[in-house]
Design a protein around this ligand. Structure first.
Ligand code: SF4
Ligand code: SF4
Length: 196
């Protein structure tokens, strides 16, 4: 039933008669290194995607809309923010298109160009990356505190606490690690490159 509803929703959003944005197509191809016209809409990527039921636009339809230069429709899609980068779509594509890479490029583009996306997902990303930047690797408790303070979701996953605490999986201090300076340098280099 859920899958039928998703299929119905996705059918509604396909409208390739909207204006074609060729700059968008070129930009996606350049940033991803993939050729969009190699997709012949077999649907294997969608069939293997674990999030198809949750997506507002399925991954094969994202591919079709991107081919058709429908920038707004694609960059507004919630699917970009739900994608887990599991790469099942890439592995299944008979034309060796790196579909997961395209999803990644679209997500970055959406963020860069101010499309709102799903706020909690974006906040989780920021909290995760800030934690890695400060500690060289993720510090789970710090990440959680940062995420909760920005989203107000105090009770999310609270039930997991009693299960993981006795297993020693939660540390209240950041882990020490070698190569922390190198990680900081990666973030600095990314900032530098992004400013160009
Ligand atoms: S990488 Fe994203 S789009 Fe591709 S199968 Fe995984 S979740 Fe779906
Ligand atoms: S599996 Fe490849 S060819 Fe088939 S729809 Fe997905 S991207 Fe297109």
């Amino acid at each position: 039933m859920k899958r039928e509803k998703a299929a119905h929703n996705t059918m509604k959003v396909i409208n390739i008669n909207l204006s074609y944005n060729s700059d968008f197509v070129t930009e996606v191809e350049e940033e991803s290194g993939q050729q969009l016209n190699q997709c012949y809409q077999c649907g294997k990527c969608t069939a293997g995607c674990p999030y198809t039921d949750e997506y507002d636009i399925s991954v094969s339809q994202i591919m079709r809309l991107t081919q058709a230069g429908q920038k707004d429709k694609v960059l507004k899609s919630k699917s970009l923010w739900l994608c887990a980068t599991c790469e099942s779509c890439t592995a299944r594509c008979p034309n060796q298109i790196d579909v997961a890479r395209i999803m990644d490029v679209l997500r970055h583009m959406a963020r860069r160009e101010g499309y709102s996306g799903i706020r909690t997902v974006r906040t989780f990303w920021d909290s995760f990356l800030n934690s890695v930047k400060s500690n060289g690797r993720v510090f789970e408790v710090g990440l959680l505190a940062n995420y909760i303070s920005h989203t107000g979701r105090f009770w999310t996953d609270i039930g997991l606490g009693p299960k993981v605490l006795p297993k020693g999986k939660i540390h209240f201090k950041p882990h020490g690690m070698q190569g922390k300076k190198e990680v900081t340098k990666i973030f600095a280099r990314f900032k530098q490159e992004s400013a160009k």
